[in-house]
Structures are given as structure tokens and as C-alpha cells.
Design a protein around this ligand. Structure first.
Ligand code: AHG
Ligand code: MN
Ligand code: MN
Length: 352
């Protein structure tokens, strides 16, 4: 039996915590928790591992390029968009506590069961974000959000401006502040799972040698400032004037620009290093390009939980009242001070 003292100097205080055990310990802090959440997040983790494997083998398995269809977004579907979508549906479809699965790739949500049959959660997701980058090995990801399946007429305190709509607005179209959980998986140089259940932001990395996501950061906080902005400057001439003024100010104040074109990769860099990410109104997308329900909302919850700000035309993204599953929004999010610098230049009455 080795002498424990010899081992002791090598022992660190950092426990080896898997995503599974982390979620279980979080659930135990919620009285009356049923383990439902763990059940759903373990399915998402399984999907993430499977999609990550497909992404890494895409060129070998010749699943790059266009699928040949145009999706509900009016965009060319990539083969991996369809594959990732099917993987998530297969991993989540057998979870008996899911009511609705709504995907960027499908016009309508898949209704699995209603509340009376045990459908307690609605899962909305972007199965593959940044898919225009997939053929070149650039970071792409999956974004997801979880709502409780609460019909408005069952919940106390109807949303003030939905009172008149309560009977006709599906119960997965809830404002972002009601998200029960949100997260993304980045398939980059490593496979990184970032998650919030409303109690801070935690980060996991897939340890391929054991096939588990292991906890590497708890309660991530976005740096208060960083002189980096992330925007597609190709569209700058069609941005509202305030955004152009901000960019001129940034150029004169020593800012650098980083733009990958995959929201997951751009937001993840910003979460760790600080800075600001934005998708302003453009000529082709006057209301913004990014989708509220499964891109902007989950990222906004993560950024706010990490101490940052997340706005759309001056309004808090999480307060927006959705009316359509695929509605788009402008996005301005990141370090609080950096968002403020943009807001000093953009006056939202001139954006409308
Ligand atoms: P998706 O691949 O899911 O359609 O998302 C692409 C989005 C987002 O990832 C990225 O920030 C944005 O499109 C990039 O848009 P531009 O190419 O217009 O800059
Ligand atoms: Mn996307
Ligand atoms: Mn996508």
C-alpha cells in the first residue's frame, strides 16, 4: 500500500466533477427537484458528444457542403445542419418529460406530449450554429434553451402584455427571462459545454479519454471591459448611423476586431476575454439577423448570468415578448462597460 504522504503532494483540491454529477448536485439544492433536469441535460450532453464526433469526421465521412434544401430561414441547409438536427431529436425524443422540441431547422415544433401526459419542458435549439464555417474547420456549435411547459392560463401573474393573447400564444413562446436553463456547446479545438440554470455560468470540457464533460470553471464572470468588438463590418455602410459612430470611436481608441461568423465561437471568446458582440440592423436584415428564441435569448441569459449586458435596440433581450418561433432580433451583448460604450453612440429613436 503506497505511503499516502508520498501521494499527498500530488493531490489537488480540484475535484473531478462530471456534468452529470454537477447537475445532480445542483438539483439537490432545489427542494422538490425531481431529477427531470438531469434527465434532459444528460440527453443534450449525449447529443453534443455525437454531433462533435460528426463535425470532426465530416470531411472523412463526406458530409460537408449543402444538403440541397432551403430551410424555414430561407437559408441553404448544410448536410451537418440536418444531421445535427436529427441527432438532437433522437437523443431528446425519448425523454418522457419533454413536451415540445423546437428547432431552427424545422418550421414547426415537434409536439411530443402535453402537460397532462408529463410534458414538463420545452426545448428550443439551433442544432448547428455557424454552419457556413463547417467546411473549413472553424468553430461551430449547438445552442439550446429550456422553458418550463407553463401555459399562461395556469401560471400566476400572466405576462402583462400577453393577457389578451393568452388563449392563442403557444406556451413555448415565452420571454427569455423565463428560461429555466440555457447553454451552448462549442465544437472547436476542444468540445466545450457552457451552461446556466440561473445560478451562474459553469463550463465543462469533453475529456475524450473518458467520454465525459468535466467541470473546469464555476461561476464564470465576463471581464468588465476589453477593447475588442465583434461585428461583420462588411455591412457597416448599412448600419444605423450610431453604430457607425461607435466603430469610428473604437478605431480611434485602440480597439481590435475579432469576428469568426459563428455566434457560439464569437460569444464564447467574449465570455472569457470580455468585449462586445453585435449584429445591428442591416439592409438585408433591418430587424437583425439572429434568432431570438434559440440564439439571442440563451446567449443573453448566459451573458447576464456572467455579469454582462444583452440588449436589442436598447431593450433587454430577455424582456422581449416573442410572437413567432423564428423571429429575428438585433443583438448587442458583452462586457457591461463595452455595451455602454456602444449605447453612448446609438440613439434608438434613429434606429426605428
Ligand atoms: P446559423 O449557422 O445557425 O444559421 O447561424 C449563423 C449566424 C451566427 O452563427 C453568426 O453570428 C451569424 O449568422 C453570422 O452572420 P453573417 O455571416 O451575416 O455575419
Ligand atoms: Mn445559428
Ligand atoms: Mn444553425
Amino acid at each position: 500500500m503506497p505511503d499516502l504522504d508520498i501521494l499527498r503532494p500530488h493531490y489537488t483540491s480540484d475535484n473531478l466533477t462530471s456534468l452529470q454529477s454537477h447537475i445532480l448536485s445542483e438539483e439537490q439544492q432545489h427542494p422538490g427537484a425531481t431529477g427531470d433536469f438531469t434527465w434532459i441535460l444528460s440527453a443534450i450532453a449525449l447529443a453534443a458528444k455525437t454531433i462533435g464526433n460528426k463535425v470532426r469526421r465530416a470531411r472523412i465521412e463526406d458530409v460537408l457542403g449543402d444538403h440541397g434544401d432551403i430551410n424555414v430561414q430561407g437559408e441553404k441547409q448544410q448536410k451537418l445542419d440536418v444531421i445535427a438536427n436529427e441527432i438532437i431529436m433522437r437523443c431528446l425524443g425519448d425523454r418522457a418529460n419533454i413536451a415540445i422540441l423546437a428547432s431552427e431547422e424545422d418550421e414547426h415544433p415537434v409536439v411530443l406530449r402535453d402537460r397532462a401526459e408529463g410534458g414538463r419542458y420545452c426545448i428550443l435549439f439551433d442544432p448547428l450554429d455557424g454552419s457556413s464555417n463547417i467546411d473549413f474547420g472553424v468553430g461551430v456549435g449547438t445552442i439550446f434553451t429550456v422553458f418550463r411547459n407553463e401555459r399562461r392560463n395556469e401560471s400566476r401573474g400572466l405576462f402583462e402584455n400577453d393577457r389578451r393573447q393568452a388563449h392563442d400564444v403557444p406556451h413555448y413562446l415565452q420571454p427569455g427571462f423565463r428560461q429555466a436553463a440555457a447553454g451552448y456547446i462549442l465544437y472547436g479545438s476542444s468540445t466545450i459545454f457552457v451552461l446556466t440554470t440561473g445560478n451562474g455560468v459553469d463550463m465543462f470540457v469533453l475529456d475524450q479519454s473518458i467520454g465525459s464533460f468535466v467541470l473546469v470553471e464555476r461561476h464564470l464572470k465576463i471581464p468588465k471591459s476589453n477593447k475588442t468588438y465583434s461585428v461583420n463590418e462588411a455591412y457597416v455602410d448599412t448600419f444605423p448611423e450610431g453604430y457607425q459612430k461607435y466603430l469610428n470611436w473604437a478605431h480611434q481608441n485602440g480597439y481590435s476586431s475579432r469576428y469568426i461568423g459563428s455566434m457560439v465561437a464569437d460569444v464564447h471568446r467574449m465570455l472569457l476575454k470580455g468585449g462586445v458582440f453585435m449584429y445591428p440592423p442591416t439592409k438585408t436584415h433591418p430587424g437583425g439577423k439572429l434568432r431570438l428564441m434559440y440564439e439571442a435569448n440563451p446567449m443573453a441569459m448566459i451573458i447576464e448570468q456572467a455579469g454582462g449586458k444583452a440588449l436589442a435596440d436598447g431593450q433587454r433581450i430577455l424582456d422581449k415578448r416573442p410572437t413567432d418561433l423564428h423571429e429575428r432580433t438585433t443583438v448587442l451583448m458583452g462586457s457591461a462597460e463595452e455595451v455602454d460604450h456602444v449605447m453612448e453612440h446609438v440613439h434608438f429613436d434613429d434606429v426605428k
